[in-house]
Design a protein around this ligand. Structure first.
Ligand code: NAD
Ligand code: UGA
Length: 480
C-alpha cells in the first residue's frame, strides 16, 4: 500500500494528551523526530525540567518514557513556527472546552484554539503536511480545518512546489491515571480520513507497537463522532449506576453487589460500574454537552434530552451527597470541621478539572463548614483556584449558574492525620490507595465525637470504621 513515510512530527498542545501521547510515540519510534510545542512557557519549562518529578503532569510511568526519549527524538519548545515548518505531520492537541459565552454558550465546544492551530499550520507549513485532529471535536470540524488550509493552498499556488494538506481524525481514548498504559496497549486506534496514503502514514506510526487489526480505519465523520459517543456511553454507565446507588440506599440493597451481579453478564460487562460522587474530569461533561448541542443543531431535540439527563443525574449525585452530609451532622455545618480526603477527580492524577470535590466543597462551605482538604497529588494553590470561583453550576445541562455565598473556610492539610484532627467528619471523595487501609482505631480518638465517615467511593474498611466507634455512610449501601 502507498504511504508517506513520516520523519518529523509536530504536536501543538503539550497538555494531558499531547505530552504523554507524543512521549510514547517518540519512545516507540526512535527514527521520528517529535516536537511538542505550546504557547504556555511555564508548561514547556516543566516538560524540560531535569528533575522528572517536576513534569507538569503526574501520570504513573510518564517519567520513565520521557527520560528515555527526551533530547533524543522528543523535544518540548515554544517555537510553534519552526516545529510546523519542519513537520510532515502536525497533531492538533489543544483544549476544546465548552463555550462560556455567545452562540451555543454552556454547550458547544469552543474551537478558537483549534482554529488558531489550523491558521498557524496554513501559514507556516512549507510542503505536504498531514494534519491530525487529536483534540476531541464536534463532528464535521475537519471541514472547518480543511477550509482554512485550502485558502492557504490557493494563496500559495504561485510556488513551484505549492504546499498541500490532508486532514485526518485520530481521537485519543486514554484515561488519566492510566495514560501510559492506555497509550502503550490501546484497545484500539481510530483513524478517520479520505486519503488512503495519509491514513496509512499514520497507521504505520502506531503499527510500530499496535497490532494492525487494532487500528480501525473509518471515514472522517464516523471517527469524530465515535469519540463523542464513546465518552457519552462511558458517562452514561456511571450515571446509571449512581442512580441505582440512591435506590440501594433506601431499599436495603448494596450497589457493589448489584454492580457485580449485573456486571458478570458478559453483555453488560463489569467495567465502569463503580458508584461514586459522580464523574469529573475535563471531558465527559463537555463532550456530552457538545453532543446535545449538535443534536439540537441537527433538529434532534429528543436525542439531546436523552443525553442531557446523564449530566443532570451526575449533578444530582454530587448535590445529594453534600445534602446528606449536612443532614447527618444535625442540619448545620457551622463551626464544624470536615476532612475532605481527595480532591483530584480520580486517583493517580493531579487533575482537578470538573472534580466532584469542587462542587461538594463549595456546598459545604456555603453551609459554614471548615474544610481541611488533603490530596496526595493536588497542591494548595490548585485547590485555591478551583474554589475561588464562587459560581456554582446548577443543572449544568441548562447552564444555570448562581453565586455561592461562602460562610465557611478551608485549608489544605499537609497529611491525612492533620486533616482529621478535631474533625467532626471525613468525606472520602477520591479513591487514592492510601485511603483504603487507614487505621481507624488510631483515627477515632483524634476526631470530635460523635464523628462520621462519609465514604463516597466505597473504598474504606467499613467494619474497621464501625469497630472504632465511628458512624459510617457509604455510597449505595442500604444495609444500615
Ligand atoms: P490541556 O488544556 O491539558 O492542553 C492543551 C494545551 O494546548 C495547553 O497547554 C494550551 O496552552 C495549548 N494550546 C492551546 N492553543 C494553542 C496554540 N494555538 N498553540 C500552541 N499551544 C496551544 O488539554 P488536554 O487535556 O490535553 O486535552 C486536549 C484535547 O484532548 C481536548 O480536546 C480534550 O477533549 C481531548 N482529550 C483529553 C483527554 C484527557 O484525558 N485530558 C483524553 C482524551 C481526549
Ligand atoms: C475518560 C475516558 O475514560 C477516556 O477514554 C477518554 O479518553 C477521556 O475521558 C477523555 O476523553 O478525556 P478520564 O476522564 O481521564 O477518561 O477518566 P475515567 O477513568 O473515565 O474517569 C472519569 C470519571 O468517572 C472520574 O471522575 C471517575 O472517578 C469516574 N468513574 C469512572 C466512576 O465514578 N465510576 C467508574 O466506574 C468509572
Amino acid at each position: 500500500m502507498v504511504s508517506t513515510c513520516i520523519q518529523n512530527i509536530c504536536c501543538i498542545g503539550a497538555g494531558y494528551v499531547g505530552g504523554p501521547t507524543m512521549a510514547v510515540i517518540a519512545d516507540r519510534c526512535p527514527n521520528i523526530q517529535v516536537n511538542v510545542v505550546d504557547l504556555n512557557e511555564s508548561r514547556i519549562k516543566d516538560w524540560n525540567n531535569s528533575d522528572l518529578s517536576k513534569l507538569p503532569i503526574y501520570e504513573p510511568g510518564l517519567d520513565e518514557v520521557v527520560e528515555r526519549a527526551r533530547g533524543r527524538n522528543l523535544h518540548f519548545s515554544t517555537n510553534v513556527k519552526s516545529a510546523i515548518e519542519n513537520a510532515d505531520m502536525v497533531f492538533i492537541s489543544v483544549n476544546t472546552p465548552t463555550k462560556s459565552k455567545g452562540v451555543g454558550a454552556g454547550k458547544a465546544s469552543d474551537l478558537r484554539w483549534v482554529e488558531a492551530c489550523a491558521r498557524e499550520v496554513a501559514k507556516y507549513s512549507k510542503k505536504h503536511t498531514i494534519v491530525v485532529e487529536k483534540s476531541t471535536l464536534p463532528v464535521r470540524t475537519a471541514e472547518v480545518i480543511k477550509s482554512i488550509l485550502s485558502s492557504a493552498q490557493k494563496e500559495d499556488n504561485k510556488h513551484d512546489e505549492p504546499k498541500t494538506f490532508e486532514v485526518l481524525s485520530n481521537p485519543e481514548f486514554l484515561a488519566e491515571g492510566t495514560a501510559i498504559k492506555d497509550l502503550e496497549n490501546p484497545d484500539r486506534i481510530l483513524i478517520g480520513g479520505e486519503n488512503i496514503s495519509a491514513v496509512e502514514a499514520l497507521a504505520q506510526i502506531y503499527g510500530q507497537w499496535v497490532p494492525n487489526e487494532n487500528i480501525l480505519r473509518t471515514n472522517l465523520w464516523s471517527s469524530e463522532l465515535s469519540k463523542l459517543t464513546a465518552n457519552a456511553f462511558l458517562a452514561q454507565r456511571i450515571s446509571s449506576i449512581n442512580s441505582v446507588s440512591a435506590l440501594c440506599e433506601v431499599t436495603g440493597a448494596d450497589v457493589n453487589e448489584v454492580a457485580k451481579a449485573i456486571g458478570t453478564d458478559t453483555r453488560i460487562g463489569s467495567k465502569f460500574l463503580k458508584s461514586g460522587p459522580g464523574f469529573g474530569g475535563s471531558c465527559f461533561k463537555k463532550d456530552i454537552l457538545n453532543l446535545t448541542y449538535l443534536c439540537r443543531h441537527f433538529g434532534l431535540p429528543e436525542v439531546a434530552e436523552y443525553w442531557e439527563n446523564v449530566v443532570k443525574l451526575n449533578d444530582w449525585q454530587q448535590e445529594r451527597i453534600a445534602r446528606l452530609v449536612v443532614q447527618k451532622l444535625f442540619g448545620t455545618l457551622a463551626g464544624k470541621k470536615i476532612s475532605l480526603l481527595g480532591f483530584a477527580f480520580k486517583a493517580n492524577t493531579n487533575d482537578t478539572r470538573e472534580s466532584p470535590a469542587i462542587m461538594i466543597a463549595k456546598r459545604l462551605l456555603e453551609e459554614g463548614a471548615e474544610l481541611a482538604i488533603y490530596d496526595p497529588k493536588v497542591e494548595g494553590y490548585q485547590i485555591k483556584s478551583c474554589l475561588s470561583d464562587t459560581t456554582l453550576n446548577v443543572n449544568n445541562a441548562n447552564s444555570n449558574k448562581y453565586t455561592v455565598n461562602n460562610d465557611g473556610r478551608w485549608g489544605s492539610a499537609e497529611d491525612i492525620y492533620s486533616s482529621l484532627k478535631g474533625a467532626d467528619a471525613a468525606l472520602i471523595l477520591t479513591e487514592w490507595e492510601e485511603f483504603k487501609n487507614l487505621n481507624w482505631s488510631e483515627i477515632a480518638p483524634i476526631m470530635r465525637q460523635p464523628a462520621w465517615i462519609f465514604d463516597a467511593r466505597a473504598i474504606a474498611n467499613q467494619e474497621a470504621i464501625k469497630a472504632a466507634g465511628l458512624n459510617i455512610w457509604r455510597v449505595g449501601d442500604g444495609s444500615e
